[in-house]
Write a protein that binds this ligand. Sequence first.
Ligand code: NAD
Length: 427
Amino acid sequence: MESSSFKDYEKHLDHPLFNNAIQLIEDAGKLIKADPNVIARLKRPKRALSVSVPVRMDNGAVEVFMGFRVQYNSTLGPYKGGVRYHEEVTMGEVTGLASLMMLKNSVLGLPYGGGKGGISVDPNRLSRNEKQSLTRRYTSELGPFIGPNKDIPAPDMGTDSQTMAWMMDTYSQEQGYAQPGVVTGKPVEIGGSLGRVGATGLGAVFVLERLLERNSRTVMGSRIAIQGFGNVGSHAALYSFERGGRVVAVSDVSGGIFNGDGLKIPELIEYIKTNKIVKGFPGSQPISNEDLLALDVDILMPCAMDGVINESNCHTIKAKYVVEGANGPVTNSATKILHEKGIQIAPDIIANGGGVIVSYFEWVQDTMSFFWEEDEINKKLHTIIIKAFDEVWKMSQEKGVHLRAAAMATSVNRLQKAMLLRGLYPR
Ligand code: NAD
């Protein structure tokens, strides 16, 4: 039974990402005939924290930002998930992302629960000093709740390895000794892992290769369109290009570029180092983000925002395979429609799992104070992500459902087993 005060609390969490996640958990529960008590628990965050983050701006005025950290579930281990700086961050969005982290860590077989954090701020309007003050105060506010064995943040949109360095330093200063394992995605010089920066893009390409292999195809010669050319999109493009994929279009927030013969990705990566955006890359034609999604390609990789492929535009999709580099880029209703059209979607909780897998390696290396070579990291990443994909593929074949449904069911099944073993505290 849900009390009326719970209903008020729910309004606070109302967000399409979280609503989608709840629907997915319910559907997964039906597919595996889960214990209803387990599903009821999985539909709510264990702990949700709001903090105010006052910052003295460069002009001397104090601005107060709202920060959040949601510790969604810790059945399988410490909370783990990124920190997002974006104007539209809300408690509902962070909760949705935290629930996805729980599902992702479980399906990948990692010893982590799920968490996520964020601050409602446009990071582009902050100076470096302001961003540092914001990050340090936010970390200090979270102080009692995070730690290498409690909750381990990482970068997400609007945050990067420098942000993690400030978080690690603030936490360590307050503890009185170095605690590199409190965050992942740090620079290599202070306990970061080799291979972390490109890990999400590389993992997405490993998953793409396996998906194509299951369909007797290869990346070599395939026509690929990628939305988003940030960390995930640019590495997905590079690793696809290196395998002989023809990346015909990419985009960023300013719009996209197209070349039917394939874009020269290493040159494009150099180009954006000085030009910041893909627009104007020599030898390409402009294309809108909406037209990019509808291109006649073999593979579409949405690597920017959530909800970009939805009921209103999914009829325009011509790609046969969609690999979700971003979190939640294809809505639940669009997933059903694309599945009926025979389009296969490699779901986000596996396809973009490379980042958290190498974050796990970083945390393990920090704990041992012993660091691996990049080759070893990439091999271990391949083993974990392919094992998870194969398990999900098998369930999708056995149950006759699409890969997202199978991924969610695999994830919920693992969580259910652990929750029933641990039992309900106090009874
Ligand atoms: P990023 O900030 O490095 O890059 C985002 C890219 O998307 C940029 O090219 C930006 O211009 C573009 N973009 C922003 N708004 C857009 C819009 N409205 N239309 C088209 N393009 C737009 O971020 P990232 O780290 O690459 O993350 C991208 C997505 O991948 C997010 O959903 C994130 O949660 C998810 N993700 C990231 C990681 C990681 O390790 N970085 C891991 C898992 C999932």
